[in-house]
Design a protein around this ligand. Structure first.
Ligand SMILES: Nc1nc2c(ncn2[C@@H]2O[C@H](COP(=O)(O)OP(=O)(O)OP(=O)(O)O)[C@@H](O)[C@H]2O)c(=O)[nH]1
Length: 177
């Protein structure tokens, strides 16, 4: 069995788009209904993807806005980024443009939280087009569904593997430990 690979992932995006909810759904398997603005939280999780163990460190960052200064620490030692916006907020999507363009992300996985789906204002094809223009992976997910939250982190692992020049492993089950 190969040694676990350490990977550090930053979860970024506009304020209140579901960064913490998505991360906690992945790490703890539960949906947090309350809203408590994040300063910064770090989580650790071991996952196995295609027979390779990954020791993940997830940095759930404080929500950014037009006035935030992007912390230098979020550009250092990060192997991959999960950029979140809410499909209910055009502003949060436009902001994700800015965040991404400001930095040289090594691997980016874009995810869209189904935040109050009845008020969706951004169509999936719009998100896909945007992600394609960055060469980023695209996914829609809901922090209420464990399966889609797991898929997001599985996808960013695969994107990081590709960026490392490792042949993209075949699609197999992702086991969360
Ligand atoms: N219905 C629904 N609500 C969500 C979803 N994701 C997050 N929420 C709700 O949206 C609110 C904000 O979620 P958070 O996860 O705290 O957002 P955040 O981006 O971490 O917030 P900041 O750290 O302040 O930027 C909470 O009340 C969550 O319960 C989702 O996928 N579906």
């Amino acid at each position: 069995m190969p040694q676990p690979k350490y990977r550090k992932i930053a979860v970024l995006g506009y304020r209140s788009v579901g960064k913490s909810s998505l991360t906690i759904q992945f790490v703890e398997g539960q949906f947090v209904d309350s809203y408590d603005p994040t300063i910064e939280n770090t989580f650790n999780k071991m996952v196995s993807v295609n027979g390779q163990d990954f020791n993940l460190q997830l940095v759930d960052t404080a929500g950014q806005d037009e006035y935030s200064i992007f912390p230098q620490s979020h550009s250092m030692d990060i192997h991959g980024y999960v950029l979140v916006y809410s499909v209910t907020s055009m502003k949060s999507q436009q902001f994700s443009h800015q965040t991404l363009l400001e930095k040289s992300a090594r691997s980016v996985c874009v995810t869209y939280s189904f935040h109050l789906i009845f008020h969706r204002v951004i169509k999936p094809e719009e998100g896909k087009k945007l992600a394609d223009s960055w060469g980023a992976a695209f996914m829609e997910s809901s922090a209420k569904e464990n399966e889609t939250a797991v898929e997001v982190f599985k996808r960013i692992i695969l994107e990081m593997e590709k960026a490392d020049g490792n042949a993209a492993p075949e699609e197999k089950k992702c086991a969360v430990m």
